[in-house]
Write a protein of this length. Structure first.
Length: 127
């Protein structure tokens, strides 16, 4: 992993959770801890030193052009995760496709969460 953690702001935690509660466990973040204002997604068995993703409710949050890209190990995994995203509350969903402008093997799906945060799931391997 090339990151320590992601603190992602959402305007409404209850609206955002269905998408993240389905997607992140499918990506291995199966340990979920939450309170009224935030939810953390961790890998099972973590000691606290491993990367995690945390959603924090901020009623003043306004999405912008920032996009978080989540890596998948294969095109088949991008396809599997895209179906989870598509059926669990994503907005502006774009089906998985090759993106030659990003690289010769780049394959990705793009979407937004319920609050408009931009996300992507991608694979750089030719498969």
């Amino acid at each position: 992993m090339l990151y320590d953690h992601v603190d992602l702001r959402v305007a409404n935690l209850a609206e955002a959770r269905p998408l993240y509660d389905a997607l992140l466990p499918a990506m291995g973040f199966t340990k979920i801890n939450a309170d009224a204002e935030s939810v953390g997604y961790h890998r099972a068995g973590e000691t606290g030193a491993e990367p995690f993703i945390w959603l924090i409710e901020d009623g003043n949050h306004r999405p912008n052009a920032t996009r978080v890209a989540l890596a998948a190990p294969s095109r088949a995994e991008v396809d599997r995760l895209a179906e989870i995203v598509r059926t669990n509350g994503s907005r502006e969903f774009e089906p998985p496709a090759p993106i030659p402008d990003y690289g010769p093997s780049y394959y990705a799906t793009f979407f937004q969460d319920a609050g408009g945060n931009k996300l992507e799931i991608c694979c750089r391997r030719a498969q």
